[in-house]
Ligand binder design. Sequence first.
Ligand code: GMT
Length: 379
Amino acid sequence: MGIKSKYKIGIVCYPTYGGSGVVATELGISLAKKGHEVHFISYSQPFRLDVFCENTFFHEVSVPDYPLFDYTPYELNLTSKLVDVVRHENLNLLHVHYAIPHASAAVQAKNILETYGIHIPIITTLHGTDITLLGKDKSFKPVIEYAINKSDAVTAVSEDLIKETISHFNINNKIKMIPNFIDLNLYTQKVDENLRSKIAKKNEKILVHISNFRKVKRVNDVLKIFNEVQKNISVKLLMIGDGPERKKAEQYSRKLNITSNVMFMGKLKSVEEFLSISDIFLLPSETESFGLVALEAMASGVAVVSTNTGGLREVNIDAVTGYLSDVGDISKMSNDVLNILKEDYILQKFKSRAFSHASKFDIPNILPKYERLYKDLLI
Ligand code: GMT
């Protein structure tokens, strides 16, 4: 019998707004379009899976509330669900995004499935915060290490994340780098002039920041950079997303007296139209294993001014697609913005190089890397 080339794949991810959920969902959808059968397993429907998509299925992990539990054991519900879905849907492999609890639940499910005589390979993809933030909490270390070492294959989204993982944990498994990707078809470089005119005057430039407004994103640095820039040129700032630091950021923008030029837009389902009217994307993060959102901006032809932390150096190429700075170096980042915006031909150069670098990460270039990995495990 020949080797099967279409698989039944279980994908476990966080369904919320966030890079890892986006990558997992887009990967699943693209695999389904190529004829694989994809089963998403999560506690609610991944937010980009809200339209019918042939060959995809969603299995919800429900977490009943027992009065006995002060803390509901989600990982056990997930483990049981994985056993159930693998057995009854005859899955060929499980691809889990995020080390905890997904990889550890999958490894446990794999052990249980062995007792039914079912052998299923587990692929774990590390996204960053599981290693750089949670991984630094010593109480999780043994679980993360075990889950990584017991996975049949492990991938990380940047070379930097591989280095971080190896330096924090005792890893005896090989970690393969498969970068994040974008679907270039979703992005446009065509400016919606009508939308643009509602946000900025003709002579004004538009800066944009998109994140989940967690501490690690340093959203106040975005405002500080903007404050310096607007002292020199006429400019607007779009702040897209929501999260724990948003309120403080709004208060800070009042303190800086820049509210008339800053729009806090909250969570938006689709950001492409706002990216297409923007000139520079600001990402002054403390740490970023990849920075998918910067890549999304670049796919829309937006230059990036960011920190040089983590995997950002692999996405935003210094002096080519934008500029990189040390974390917290507001003066350099604001000067970088001003340098890019100094002359229109300079801005256009950065924009077109950002787009052309982003096109290397288009999904048709990256998807085969995952398919090859699956194939190697199933031979
Ligand atoms: O950045 C976040 O807060 C969300 C987080 C996640 O788990 O979704 O993003 C991480 O994974 C993304 C997808 O691989 C990467 O693009 C982000 O850089 C990474 N975030 C951090 O490392 C802080």
